[in-house]
Design a protein around this ligand. Structure first.
Ligand code: B16
Ligand code: MG
Length: 218
């Protein structure tokens, strides 16, 4: 059986459900600009950087604003998002995540974060999960967003592990594509009908152990 050397985790939608806060804050921005943003439309923004998300929303609303206004609207959205995130506590960590990371630690498997978010550290601190991660690759470090493989390649490099020993956990289509482009085993968190390019798809970590992963890892 090939050995798993490291696991790289996306943040939003994998470790913690911040997608609902992103949606509230983006929807408010759309409303301020005179249109609405549906939950379905919001799906397209998962795993996508802040500024790219803004461009998608503006295109959806058929609205054009100056580059300067884009920066101020994005900053305003982030302020709203962070206010909402203040409600989070360690109990908001998604079910089974903590136990799974404990299993990895016991098995001496490397643990890294690969997130598009520039708020990754703040969020991990809020849910008391920062100490699990040996490396954090976030939106402040990458120059190319998902689906580019850079975020996970940097994580593997930080941990000193080859791509074929890495497993990536992702809830976004762009994130799964990023993992596959990096030559890694991709576990989709969510629905098979959406995450079609993942090697396996599970609904979450609630009933998923390291042994389950090792049995599927190829
Ligand atoms: P921020 P992930 C992504 O995080 C979110 O899925 C995406 O919706 C968000 O726009 C992006 O982070 C940037 O977040 O505005 O906090 O920098 O899923 O890659 O962990
Ligand atoms: Mg995500």
């Amino acid at each position: 059986m090939p050995a798993i050397k490291a696991c790289l985790f996306d943040l939003d939608g994998v470790i913690v459900d911040t997608a609902r806060f992103h949606y509230i804050a983006w929807r408010q921005l759309a409303n301020d600009l005179g249109f609405d943003l549906s939950e379905h439309e919001n799906e397209q923004l998962k795993g996508i950087s802040r500024m790219e998300s803004l461009e998608i929303i503006l295109a959806l609303g058929g609205v054009q604003i100056s580059e300067e206004e884009k920066l101020s609207r994005a900053a305003e959205k982030n302020t709203r998002y962070l206010v909402l995130c203040k409600q989070m506590t360690p109990d908001d960590t998604l079910p089974g995540v903590r136990a799974f990371l404990e299993e990895l630690k016991t098995a001496s498997i490397g643990i890294g974060l690969g997130s598009a978010s520039k708020n990754a550290r703040i969020i991990l601190e809020r849910i008391d999960m920062l100490s699990y991660f040996e490396t954090i690759v976030d939106g402040n470090r990458v120059t190319k967003g998902k689906p580019d493989p850079q975020v996970f390649q940097m994580g593997a490099e930080d941990l000193g592990v080859d791509a074929d020993g890495c497993v990536v956990f992702e809830d976004a289509v762009a994130g799964v594509q990023s993992a596959k482009a990096a030559g890694m085993f991709a576990v989709g968190i969510g629905e098979e009908s959406v995450l079609t390019e993942a090697d396996i798809v599970v609904p979450g970590f609630a009933n998923f152990s390291l042994k389950d992963l090792q049995e599927k890892f190829i």
